[in-house]
Write a protein that binds this ligand. Structure first.
Ligand SMILES: [Zn+2]
Length: 401
């Protein structure tokens, strides 16, 4: 009996010693196990393009911009869901509710059901410009062109007009998905205070149209922080600062298609450290397959996979859907709303992104060439100065001798 007691005490002491060593080596283990995590929403705006160029509008098929079909493979939403599921995560698909103005309803329902069947979340997205395809003839290109230009935004319309579009969108999504969406994002982020009133009247719980410091709604809502405003929640798209020169601040949206893995990781690490609560991300159904640039965009696919892998191994981050997020918010609204911290990635990571995306636009080339030229100029000036200093000393020594 006495021996058994001694063995038990010894085992307990060993256990305490092992736990103490683990906590000493990695104290984050305890913090991660007890801390409320950072909630990340991976949102995908699921839409096609109205395809207006010159005098014609020719929307591309759903198989192109949404499914991303190329050479017998799919680089659109099926691949996005594959990668999310590979890492045990679910995405939030903001589906354009006006697709039925152009595409057959049966195709849209099948597309939405392909998301719902796999357990991902479908929410409301509205691009009102698509509605014009309802009343313009196929070959009346002038009409199609005019209406896509003239009636292409929610913002600017009165509350009643906007509510009409939102109600129509909710009914469509409910018909296709089988449930009523709880969240909304305006097409092209085109939302104003009337949109918020219309959403309240329509009974939508959450808006995510505030895209950051340059959006008109950011005058009303704090950056990077969830707001509860008269019964409507606002989760702004998460923003970070690339670098700051005196008063000039360069902001970027936390989008999962154009930022590098190192930038995204750095932002999330800072968000955890500064208790950001919630990070609303954004990408598109065509992020991996843009016909005008690259399809498949291997760099973007690897970047996304790499980031999800890193997130999956980080105990401080939890990827959630809208219904899950609403549950966590109701449990601890203050934590989930976050501190409003704005991470900074710095010039080095910005330069790295420009280098990685050298062939994707003149801005990247300009940044690399300008930085290279400034570096060479500074290096040349330093070398000239050093040369003049040393040659001066040498002359002085020769003179003395
Ligand atoms: Zn959109």
């Amino acid at each position: 009996m006495k021996n058994m007691g001694n063995t038990l005490i010894l085992t307990c002491r060993k256990l305490i010693f092992i736990i103490s060593v683990i906590l000493f080596i990695c104290p984050d283990t305890l913090i991660a196990a007890t801390e409320i995590p950072l909630y990340v929403l991976v949102t995908i705006d699921t839409e096609t393009s109205s395809g207006c160029h010159g005098t014609a509008c020719n929307p591309v098929p759903i198989s192109d911009r949404i499914f991303g079909r190329r050479g017998g493979k799919e680089y659109g939403i099926p691949l996005i869901m594959d990668l999310l599921e590979k890492h045990g995560m679910k995405g939030v698909f903001f589906v354009n509710s006006t697709l039925d103005s152009y595409y057959p309803e049966v195709d849209i329902r099948e597309m939405v059901q392909s998301i719902v069947r796999r357990g991902h979340d479908v929410e409301l997205h509205i691009h009102p410009e698509f509605r014009c395809f309802k009343y313009c003839d196929e070959d009346d290109l002038k009409c199609r062109r005019r209406c896509t230009k003239g009636d292409n935004r929610l913002a600017g319309n009165n509350v009643a007009q906007q509510k009409l579009l939102i109600d129509e969108g909710l009914v469509n999504l409910e018909r296709w998905a089988g449930y009523r969406p709880q969240a909304f994002r305006a097409g092209s982020f085109s939302a104003d205070e009337n949109t918020l009133d219309a959403l309240r009247q329509a009974g939508v719980a959450l808006d995510s149209s505030d895209s950051g410091p340059h959006h008109p709604l950011s005058r009303k809502y704090p950056i990077n922080q969830v707001s509860m405003d008269d019964g409507l929640l606002e989760i702004p798209i998460y923003n970070f600062m690339t670098f700051q020169v005196t008063d000039y601040q360069q902001y970027r949206r936390f989008d999962l298609e154009s930022n590098t893995f190192l930038e995204l990781k750095s932002v999330l690490q800072q968000a955890i450290e500064h208790k950001a609560g919630t990070v609303m991300t954004i990408m598109h159904s065509f992020s991996f397959c843009r016909p005008e640039t690259d399809c498949p965009n291997t760099r973007a696919i690897q970047n996304f996979d790499h980031l999800l892998g890193w997130i999956a191994n980080n105990q401080s981050i939890r990827v959630v859907t809208i219904p899950e997020w609403l549950q966590y918010y109701s449990g601890s609204p203050e934590w989930v709303s976050g501190s409003g911290y704005v991470p900074t990635t710095g010039f080095g990571l910005t330069l790295w992104r420009a280098w990685r995306r050298w062939d994707e636009g003149p801005k990247n080339k300009l940044l690399i060439i300008t930085s290279g030229a400034i570096f060479l100029l500074v290096l040349g000036t330093v070398l000239i100065l050093l040369r003049s200093i040393f040659s001066g000393r040498f002359k002085m020594q020769t003179h003395r001798n």
